[in-house]
Design a protein around this ligand. Structure first.
Ligand SMILES: [Zn+2]
Length: 286
């Protein structure tokens, strides 16, 4: 078993909660940072280290010249575990399950986001051991309260800006590899280019449709008047308040077009009239 794997598993055993009311978060955070010092001695010896906003960590790896700085980010904290009994393996045991290429570590924070944090530190530690010096400064920024929407990362940004640091590159955690993210797509690697940004999208779909006749009983479905392609061309817009996935706003007209495709739904307020009408999708970014 590699030393890097064991160092990673040790970090996973600290329940570094940041949510208000979560017990043990401060103690776990202290233990976690002490483990970092033990596991990555060159990082702590040769990089400048400071605590920001309480427990967020900012390291500066001095570069050889005045080339623009870069920032590698990850966060130390994890989401709370409400019911450990529902876990296949205890959330803070960092159990290594399986053999060979099938082997996997099970733990809260294994993906989000201690894998990134450990990978950054392993890379920097090994480069330091090899005598490498980057051209420009490299900052390692490890917030302590990302999962609770805290102030750590904000404080680091403000600190760097006040010092006149304008990085040419910032790398943070991104999206996962997801299955069936969109219809027709297989496994998809989600690349986030502006995490925490917002995009509002308004989708309007117009299709030929009919107003249900008054004799059509309210509970009769499917209705013979429904366009056969209704479910395909009139998707119900999803709504989400998750800023990571953007915000999908339900369009009144789009909803009306969908409702018009079936008896039994409330009468649409703006049902399209009979006749050809091109399908149209409108989007806006703000
Ligand atoms: Zn995360």
């Amino acid at each position: 078993m590699s030393d890097a794997l064991e160092r990673f598993r040790e970090l996973l055993r600290f329940p570094t909660y940041s949510h208000d009311g979560a017990s043990g978060g401060a103690e776990a955070s202290a233990g976690f940072q002490a483990a970092l010092e033990r596991s990555f001695p060159l990082v702590h010896e040769r990089l400048e280290r400071e605590l920001v906003a309480g427990r967020s960590l900012l390291f500066r790896w001095p570069g050889a010249d005045a080339a623009a700085a870069s920032v590698l980010m990850a966060h130390q904290d994890v989401v709370t575990v409400d019911d450990p009994d529902r876990w296949t393996h205890p959330p803070f045991d960092a159990a290594l399950v399986g053999e060979g290429e099938e082997a996997a570590v099970w733990a809260r924070g294994a993906l989000d986001d201690k894998a990134a944090l450990a990978a950054i530190l392993e890379a920097v530690e090994s480069r330091l051991a090899a005598g490498f010096t980057p051209r420009g400064d490299v900052y390692l920024a490890f917030g302590h309260d990302e999962e609770s929407g805290g102030t750590g990362a904000d404080a680091i940004v403000t600190l760097l800006a006040d010092r006149g640091v304008r990085p040419w590159l910032v790398i943070d955690e991104g999206g996962a590899v997801m299955d069936a993210l969109l219809p027709g797509l297989g496994p998809t690697a989600v690349v986030g280019v502006t995490e925490k940004g917002m995009m509002n999208v308004e989708l309007v779909v117009e299709t030929p449709g009919v107003t249900p006749p008054s004799r059509c009983p309210a509970d009769r479905r499917p209705c013979s008047h429904a366009p056969s392609s209704g479910s395909r061309t009139n998707p119900r817009p999803r709504t989400s308040s998750n800023p990571r996935s953007g915000s999908w706003r339900r369009s009144g007209r789009g909803w009306a077009a969908s409702a018009a495709g079936c008896c039994g739904t409330r009468a649409p307020s703006a049902a399209p009239s009979r006749g050809p009408s091109p399908e149209r999708v409108r989007s806006s970014r703000r």
